[in-house]
Design a protein. Structure first.
Length: 366
């Protein structure tokens, strides 16, 4: 990376001087808030609704025998129980024909049999549906504000330093704002709740629900009796799970996370900002027009080395110019050849090492 190369080429002395004279401040401001609703209750209700429908389509019921002594004219049916009751209550006999043996009672026991849905299990399901209505209404009221998300951040940095005669300063401000309204998500949730309420209305149209509703019974309360039907019937098991969930989650499940900070940082953030200041300073140094000074110094140094070498040669012996040129040329070729040989040797050595490594890898694979 260019910035990394720039840092590597910079002078360690200058960088150390830069950091030693550095005076900086970093002001940090953060305002975070997240309001989120937990809709686990909705998931459980949506899952349970079909099991409630199964229960109400095949309700638990029993036969009720209603006994009543009525006038014989009103009796629709005479049963064995009616005859037994009359034999025990002869005072109800109005007339008796000794010749024919016919008996004419004034009143007789009438027994009517009716199916009843007033079982404990059905009352439990009725109470569960009522609680679901109350639970949904309360959740809808608590959701009116809707969820929200806010994450605002602000960094204010100011710094000064000295590098030799150079005075350097840098200031920057970074603002970051994220604000979201969860209304779009709530639209989908509200639609799911509307669909759920429609399903509950359908349950309320069942014969079982209407029959129990007419009786104005007292709602079943916890703890629920563990009857054989409730324990062994899968549909009732799901109904009981929903009942227990609503009993355990009476409070509004709202997650409200807040984190507000306003301080001057002297730790990691400030160190990173200081390093950023140094990098930006080094970038600005690339604009200097005296970057060629190093090249010029190298050229001057080379000239001095050559002059010294020639002076030393001439001091040993007055070598003619032609011989001097020949000697220098020969030595140049020797040195150049050594460098080439050295490069070739290193290259061959590298290739040999790589080949041996690859052979080892192949053996390991096998």
């Amino acid at each position: 990376m260019e910035i990394f190369d720039l840092y590597q080429k910079s002078s360690d002395v200058n960088n150390e001087h830069f950091n030693k004279k550095l005076d900086s401040r970093l002001h940090v401001y953060k305002d975070y808030e997240k309001v989120e609703y937990d809709f686990e209750w909705l998931d459980i209700m949506e899952e349970t609704i079909r099991y409630l429908d199964n229960i109400l389509r095949n309700p638990n019921k029993f036969i009720i025998n209603e006994e009543d002594v009525i006038k014989i004219e009103l009796a629709k049916r005479v049963t064995v129980e009616s005859i037994k009751h009359l034999s025990r209550n002869t005072n109800l006999i109005q007339d008796y024909n000794k010749k024919t043996g016919d008996v004419r009672p004034s009143k007789i026991l009438n027994i009517s049999k009716e199916e009843s849905f007033e079982t404990y299990e059905n009352k439990f399901i009725y109470s569960l549906i009522q609680n679901m209505k109350f639970y949904i209404d309360r959740k809808k009221k608590s959701m009116q504000a809707g969820g929200s998300y806010k994450n605002d951040k602000k960094l204010e940095y100011s710094a000064t330093t000295n590098v030799g005669k150079e005075k350097v300063d840098m200031n920057f401000t970074i603002n970051s704002k994220v604000q979201e309204n969860k209304n779009k998500d709530m639209e989908e949730i509200n639609k799911r709740i509307d669909d759920l309420e429609l399903h509950i209305k359908d349950l309320c149209t069942s014969d079982v629900y209407k029959a129990i509703d007419k009786k104005h019974i007292s709602l079943v309360t916890s703890p629920i009796k563990k009857t054989n039907v409730i324990i062994k019937n899968v549909n009732f098991q799901y109904a009981l799970r929903l009942w227990n969930y609503m009993q355990e989650h009476t409070d509004d499940d709202v997650k409200d996370e807040k984190n507000k900070k306003d301080y001057y940082d002297n730790d990691t953030l400030k160190k990173m900002a200081d390093e950023s200041f140094l990098i930006n300073y080094l970038i600005s140094k690339t604009l200097d027009e005296d970057d060629t000074s190093e090249v010029i110094e190298k050229e001057e140094l080379s000239k001095k080395v050559v002059n010294n070498m020639l002076e030393n040669l001439l001091s040993f012996n007055n070598i003619p110019l032609e011989e001097l040129q020949k000697l220098i040329g020969e030595q140049y070729e020797v040195v150049k050849y050594k460098e080439v040989v050295s490069d070739k040797y290193i290259e061959n050595l590298f290739k040999s090492s790589i080949s041996k490594y690859l052979e080892m890898v192949d053996k390991i694979k096998i």
